[in-house]
Design a protein around this ligand. Structure first.
Ligand code: ZN
Length: 136
């Protein structure tokens, strides 16, 4: 089995922000020369998340606003006694810090609207994205 790995950085500009990283992930899959397998998209971060969703600008705003409503900042969290970002940790943990796509015939298998969105939850920051492509 072949294991191919690349990583890249994303600069975010808001505290809560969805960023479409699909094209970078697809380029890495192409670079991997893996014909059939899986593609892991992973963030080494506890205050960011990855989801597979449509990148229409209105929906990306809806995602950002829903996260703020579901995980309100400063809602009496214990972690805020030592840091000020418990809401970001909770959203990151519950949404998830990785996703997996199948790879078939050298390409990601995804529905038209299943783009890879990095969700910044405690920005602005630089975020690193690891992409591992495994297969044959
Ligand atoms: Zn913290």
């Amino acid at each position: 089995m072949k294991v191919y790995q690349e990583e890249f950085d994303v600069r975010t500009s808001k505290r809560t922000q969805a960023t479409d990283i699909t094209e970078k992930v697809e380029k890495i899959v192409k670079n991997s020369k893996v014909k059939n397998g899986i593609c892991l998209v992973f963030l080494p971060h506890a205050t960011a998340a990855i989801i597979l969703e449509e990148s229409e600008s209105g929906l990306m705003s809806d995602i950002e606003e829903m996260i703020k409503r579901r995980f309100p900042k400063g809602a009496g969290y214990e972690h805020d006694r030592i840091d000020d970002n418990a809401d970001a940790h909770l959203a990151s943990g519950f949404i998830g810090q990785s996703r997996i796509y199948p790879v078939k015939d050298y390409e990601l298998v995804r529905g038209t609207w299943q783009r890879a969105l990095l969700i910044e939850l405690d920005g602005p920051r630089y975020r690193r994205v690891f992409v591992n492509v495994l297969g044959e």
